[in-house]
Ligand binder design. Structure first.
Ligand code: HEC
Ligand code: HEC
Ligand code: HEC
Length: 275
């Protein structure tokens, strides 16, 4: 019984923390806690101190460029439990949970203006061999097309930090500094194709409507028989189905002239019709 009661209190606290920054709510000075417990390695301004740079096996890392681009959950986990085998020891013995929230608020308040020119340079050096100079991944190694990625900035940063286990996409954390990661992530985001549903509507009228009056009339075929509608498949699969030879045989060669970006526009329009 007592354990249950205790869990309730802790959950209640955790929820209160989400409602308001811990600092504001509890008058905990995140800045002072940061300066006393973290600045010696991570630097007072969030840019690594000389001492932090000298640490083995890995130096401390810049917070200014990246703390805003890492989820609160992840920061909480790293700060609470540390990073095994490095000078980043667990802080749960020196800071209580609310103090940790206050420190997170503080490091996420640092400002950083990404340097897109540096992002481009590093992207071309470190990523283009797989993702292509233009990010469209026409390199034949199965890398993702970053121009059509759905990831937000945090998702891009997360993928760069941890990689995708079991694929060629390895962690870039020790190959790139945190400022490089922030710059590359912003550069990758800037390459994104912003699909235009209004243009898609026109293209649909010209290339599709003669057979499928509206996107809602389209029936999936073949091994998609178990899927009820286009709502059940993602853009990548939908694009394949439109441009697949089997569909081109039915729909006519005109479909082959549509560019990859045209299909993105058409799909953005089609998505408005899904249930
Ligand atoms: C004795 C030096 C030292 C102190 C003090 C220290 N850290 Fe660290 N910290 C490190 C090192 C070294 C790393 C890099 C570990 C690695 O390479 O994975 C790190 C990594 C981190 C990371 C992950 C950063 C990233 O980009 O991956 C966070 C977040 C972090 N520290 C927060 C804190 C906070 C908050 C405090 C104070 C409460 C603190 N650290 C105190 C040395 C320190
Ligand atoms: C050795 C080849 C290789 C290199 C170099 C590489 N990647 Fe990747 N990347 C991949 C592969 C393969 C995937 C697909 C992983 C999967 O199947 O989930 C991927 C996936 C991604 C994704 C996920 C996209 C999405 O929408 O899911 C991002 C973001 C990404 N890479 C960014 C980068 C950045 C930035 C760099 C350079 C710092 C980089 N990659 C370097 C091979 C590479
Ligand atoms: C000349 C007729 C014709 C035109 C034009 C046409 N389609 Fe189709 N499409 C078909 C036929 C036939 C099927 C098979 C399913 C059916 O009978 O409804 C089909 C199936 C599809 C499917 C499901 C494919 C699958 O593998 O499940 C999609 C998605 C689709 N069309 C999208 C489009 C889009 C988008 C356009 C315009 C860019 C288009 N179609 C133009 C005739 C056409």
């Amino acid at each position: 019984m007592r354990t249950h009661h205790f869990t309730g209190v802790v959950l209640g606290l955790a929820m209160a923390v989400y409602a308001l920054p811990a600092t504001a709510q509890n008058n905990i000075d995140g800045k002072a806690l940061y300066e006393a417990n973290c600045a010696m390695c991570h630097g007072k301004t969030g840019e690594v101190s000389e001492y932090g740079k000298s640490l083995k096996p890995f130096p401390a890392r810049n917070h200014r460029a990246i703390a805003k681009l890492i989820s609160r959950d992840e920061l909480r986990r790293i700060i609470t439990y540390g990073v095994k085998g490095t000078a980043m020891t667990p802080k749960k013995y020196t800071l209580d949970p609310l103090e940790i929230e206050a420190v997170i608020d503080y490091i996420q308040s640092f400002d950083y203006k990404p340097d897109l020119a540096n992002g481009k340079k590093r992207f071309e050096a470190v990523c283009s061999s797989c993702h292509g100079m233009d990010g469209r991944a026409k390199t034949g190694v199965g890398a993702k097309n970053l121009v059509y990625s759905k990831l937000d900035l945090k998702g891009i940063v997360h993928t760069m930090r941890y990689g995708r286990p079991g694929t060629l996409m390895t962690s870039k954390r020790h190959q790139l500094s945190n400022t490089d990661i922030a710059d590359v992530a912003n550069y990758v985001y800037s390459l994104r194709y912003m699909a235009n549903p209004a243009k898609g509507k026109k293209l649909y009228g010209k290339y599709c409507a003669s057979c499928h009056a509206t996107p809602a009339d389209i029936k999936l075929i073949g091994n998609a028989a178990t899927r009820r509608s286009i709502a059940d498949i993602d853009d990548h699969q939908l694009d394949l189905r439109i441009r697949h030879g089997r569909h081109v045989d039915r729909a006519g060669k005109k479909i082959e002239r549509l560019s990859a970006d045209d299909i993105q526009d058409i799909m953005a329009y089609m998505r408005k019709y899904q249930n």
